[in-house]
Design a protein. Sequence first.
Length: 179
Amino acid sequence: MKRFGSAVLLGAVAALVAGLPGSAQAQARGYVMLGGGLAIPVGDYKDAGAKTGWLGQVAGGVTSGVIGGRISGSFIRNGAENSDEHVRILGAMADLTVSPKMTGKVAPYLLGGVGLQNGKSSVAGAESDTKFAWNAGAGLGLMAGSIGLFIEGRFLSINTEGAKTNLIPITVGIKLGGH
């Protein structure tokens, strides 16, 4: 299942790049993003006792200026209130990005996409479970040559049984290339 999901995500980005007009393909630029930050539970997930946790993220993508695509992987860990237990979530997302015109060295962008998230509780005997997820968000890049900084916030909804697992990941990091 994990290999199939990875193949679907990779195929989605390849189809996006292949579908760009010829002039945009000539200008396409690749990039890699590395970051970390906070994973803030919201809604029923917060009500169930999840505490704000941390995350690590790596992403790779292609941009043609305004439209782009990226694949990202993340590791999220949220603790539980009044307990030593925690939940870890490993995920992969395929996102479409839209970047309006740069203002000076600041580059705002919007993103949205779908993917798979695998969650597991630290409770003894708990099994991992992979579910469909979607996300939408916005970010700002600060460009300085081939290395830049970024900050982004997203709403991530994981299609878990019963109540959805909803989080707001806030990530800060570096971006290499893509300018």
